[in-house]
Design a protein around this ligand. Structure first.
Ligand code: FES
Ligand SMILES: [Fe+2]
Length: 825
């Protein structure tokens, strides 16, 4: 097989292997890419974890029944209220795209989270006040921040909740056509809702983590767990220091299933060591509890490098924990833990890690953390709440934590009844119907004409009429009349709702049944019209509370620090209007912290990426890998060309054999020029027409200059043998062929180069004697140009051609290749 084919075959094999290696390599690269770049996204649904019924597997149907049974039995405990007050996370900002609606379940309410086209987020009740369709199913975001109902197309402003368009009506929109809005805030790339059972506006803010807001710490992954337990159980875990070195003692490699971990072994080979403390802060930060925790992983009591973490966890109210981590040489970061009650005894717990650490390390941390957290789920999902635990000395500050946590309940917080129902609904602090003011014909009583039929006829002076201030439900909202002015001149109701009775204004009545579901608030004033035009201007304080604004001329207001809003009601006959005072909306009084404004600046994400997240980094890795895979091919190719080059340089070495002849070792110098470095031992030969080698000693006539010239340059035959001065050169092959059979035209069949020594000597003599022979002077002259034989390299010559012109060309080529300093032989 020709050597060239062998090399081609070799390269083909290498390329095939390359493809296999490349495929495997790309697979490995993808694995590395996944580990190094894709964030954790672990979502564990209710029932998937934490329930162990003695058997490994149950069908879903049986499992659901068992889960429900465990949950039902467990409720018999004496539980705190099920919906504490505070901020609660309802969504990740990244999940809420512009112009979309996301369904939210919070505190047993079905809500719709809306992102306007301009990027602002709003939270509204999901049910349309028209006929109750659900905005989450087919509702559309239109006109930037409006939601269109999928049933009849009514359009509601998501910011105010008011209906702004009824597509098939004449333009008059009922005052009550309004959906409830909720107070929300967008912080640290999450969206939070404020809840307070007494209707308080937010009394504290969620602190910004600047590194997250500015994108310095990037999103590294998240976990989400659904847990059937009371919301207090989860934050209380932070103050339960004693459980850390038992439930969380075994290394994360043991997994999360507490029924399988050998908990009785208190000296496992790989273990976690925990040390921490918990403290509540004083006013005005009484909503904060702070925990400090050190964690080390130990192997046979030696700390495993890079596994230690220092953590400072700040509990912000019942639903938010910000854990600031120090990962040592890997950097720093924060884990947000958010606990949100979606239903009574149903919690959604989100962990989100933001850090500037390698992604693979973040993954390890988050998965290890989730493993440990899931051990707690096994406990929470099955335990009952013990109101008065049996504390021992080293139980840690659990009782302190319970005292602190009780701040987040009030008397109005919804509680769980024994039958599993909730005492009352959890409402938005903005969930109130605004009062209206209307005019009635005649003197109506407190409980008549509740349909608010407004009198639109002509007012006749001297006739009886009624002013009606009406609030359709007073469960969470109340109002206090600060003043009422008639026709811009007569103040007939003064501060605290006291009425001046004169010949025009006769009496005033007000309902007293507050704070119960379905109750109304109404104030009616009987008067006699002094003239035909009537304009009543009332200033009201709107109070968000329930059954608390008991007021009369004799009593001061009970709860002056309640959030309230001044409203003015203006009734001009025949039409009443409700106008908020300029620049005033719902707001907290000055002694409370103002409501957290929504984040206006679009959140910058990943503005500071780690090198792992740069696309070019992975391109470089892939190219480097491909190059690495090419190395065998490149080595093979290099070897091939090196060998070729060496072959070119190969010197035909002449040796004496046992007969005293000079021999060459091989005939592989086909097409190449052999090199002999020493001019003193150069051979000169010519063919003898009668056959056999014949030196041309003193017989220059035998020498054909043309042939010599030709032979001088023609050395492509096998076993080339060319002398230094070209006078008497000839092909060894040719000579050998002639020796064998001078008439044969067949190729050479035997090893070349057997040259009797006497020929060599003769040639040497010939050189000495005939070097000045005039016949060769042109050739000599020409060759003198090449002077000394110092040739060190081989030269490929074009094929032999007897055409004189071609020979000239060949010579030119040889000269060109050799240059002036070298000479081929
Ligand atoms: S139910 Fe929403 S528009 Fe009719
Ligand atoms: Fe725990």
């Amino acid at each position: 097989m020709d050597i060239t084919f062998f090399y081609i075959f070799l390269i083909g094999v290498l390329v095939s292997w390359f493809h296999i290696y490349a495929s495997l390599g790309l697979l490995i690269l993808f694995g590395i890419y996944w580990i190094a770049t894709i964030p954790v996204n672990r979502i564990v649904r209710v029932g998937e974890l934490g329930y162990y019924f003695g058997e490994e597997k149950h069908s879903d149907r049986i499992k659901d029944r068992l889960v429900a049974r465990v949950a039902r039995l467990r409720i018999k405990g004496d539980l705190p209220p099920v919906f504490p007050n505070g901020w609660f996370c309802i969504a990740d900002s990244r999940d809420l795209k512009k112009g979309t609606i996301q369904p939210i379940t919070f505190n047993g309410e079905q809500l719709s989270l809306v992102r306007s086209h301009s990027g602002e987020a709003f939270l509204i009740d999901s049910y349309c006040p028209h006929l109750g369709a659900n905005f989450n199913i087919g509702g559309k975001v239109i006109n930037d921040n409006c939601v269109q109902c999928p049933f009849h197309g009514w359009v509601f402003n998501a910011e105010t909740g008011k209906c702004v368009n009824i597509p098939y009506d004449d333009g008059s929109i009922p005052e009550k056509a309004k959906v409830t809005t909720w107070v929300i805030a967008e912080k640290n790339t999450s969206i939070f809702v404020w809840y307070h059972a007494d209707g308080y506006a937010p009394t504290w803010e969620i602190p910004d983590i600047l590194e997250v807001q500015e994108g310095d710490w990037v999103f590294q992954g998240r976990t989400e767990h659904e847990i059937l337990c009371h919301p207090q159980e989860i934050p209380e875990n932070g103050a339960d220091i004693a459980h850390l070195n038992y439930l969380h003692l075994h290394g994360v490699q043991e997994g999360n299933n507490v029924t399988r971990i050998p908990m009785n072994n208190l000296k496992p080979t790989i273990q976690h060591y925990w040390n921490g403390k918990w403290e509540a802060e004083a006013e005005p930060n009484a909503h904060i509890g702070a925990m400090e925790l050190d964690q080390h992983m130990l192997f046979n009591n030696y700390i495993i490098p890079f596994t230690s973490t220092k953590l400072k966890a700040v509990q912000l109210g019942p639903g938010i924990v910000q854990m600031m981590f120090d990962f040592g040489i890997f950097g720093k970061g924060v884990v947000f833990q958010y606990v949100t009650s979606e239903e009574p005894m149903f919690q959604r717990v989100r962990f989100t890690l933001y850090a500037k650490v390698p992604r693979w390390y973040a993954k390890f941390v988050l998965i290890a953390e989730a493993n440990q957290f899931e051990r707690d789920i096994f406990i929470w999902a099955n335990k009952k709440y013990i109101k008065n635990p049996l504390y021992v000395k080293n139980d840690g500050p659990i009782h302190k934590h319970r005292r602190w946590f009780s701040k987040f309940y009030t008397e109005n917080s919804p509680t769980l009844n024994k039958d599993g129902s909730v005492s009352h609904r959890a409402k938005s602090v903005l969930d109130c119907q605004l009062p209206t003011i209307t005019l009635h014909d005649g003197h109506v009583t407190l409980y008549e004409n509740l349909l608010q039929t407004e009198y639109r006829g002509v007012v006749q002076p001297g006739k009886p009429y009624t002013i009606d201030i009406y609030l359709s439900q007073s469960e969470n909202t109340d109002y206090v009349i600060e003043s009422c002015v008639f026709n811009n001149r007569t103040t007939f109701i003064t501060q605290n709702g006291c009425m001046k009775i004169d010949g025009i204004f006769i009496d005033k009545w007000e309902t007293t049944n507050y704070g119960t579901p379905g109750s109304i608030k109404r104030t009616i004033i009987h008067f006699v019209a002094p003239e035909s035009s009537i304009r009543v201007h009332c200033l009201l304080r709107l109070i968000q509370c329930c059954s608390c604004a008991e007021k009369s001329c004799e009593q001061p207001l009970k709860y002056r620090d309640f959030p309230y809003t001044p409203y003015q009601l203006v009734m001009s006959h025949p039409k009443a209007t409700l106008l908020p005072l300029p620049g005033q909306g719902l707001k907290a009084p000055s002694d409370l912290i103002p409501m957290t404004p929504q984040l206006q600046v679009p959140i910058q994400r990943n503005s500071s990426k780690t090198i792992w997240e740069e696309w070019w980094f992975w391109l470089v890795i892939i190219l480097a890998f491909l190059l690495f895979c090419c190395i065998p091919c490149l080595i093979g190719i290099c070897c091939y060309f090196k060998k070729r080059k060496n072959d070119k340089k190969k010197v035909t070495i002449f040796k004496k054999d046992h007969q005293g002849c000079l021999t060459t070792e091989d005939n592989k110098s086909v097409g190449k020029v052999s090199i002999i470095n020493d001019t003193k031992h150069t051979l000169n030969m010519n063919n003898n027409p009668t056959g056999g080698y014949h030196h041309n000693h003193h017989n220059p006539t035998n020498l054909d200059p043309n042939m010599l010239k030709r032979n001088s340059y023609i050395s492509q035959s096998s076993g080339s043998f060319i002398n230094d001065d070209f006078e008497t050169s000839m092909s060894v092959t040719r000579a050998a062929r002639i020796v064998n059979n001078p008439h044969s035209t067949q190729p050479f069949h035997r090893p070349p180069g057997q040259i009797p020594e006497h020929i060599v000597n003769s040639v040497r003599n010939h050189l000495a004697s005939s070097s000045n022979h005039p016949q060769f002077s042109p050739v000599r002259q020409e060759l003198n140009n090449y002077s000394e034989i110092t040739l060190k390299k081989g030269i490929n010559l074009p094929p032999l051609n007897h055409n004189q012109h071609q020979q000239t060309l060949r010579r030119t080529e040889v000269s060109r290749q050799l240059g002036n300093e070298s000479m081929f032989i």
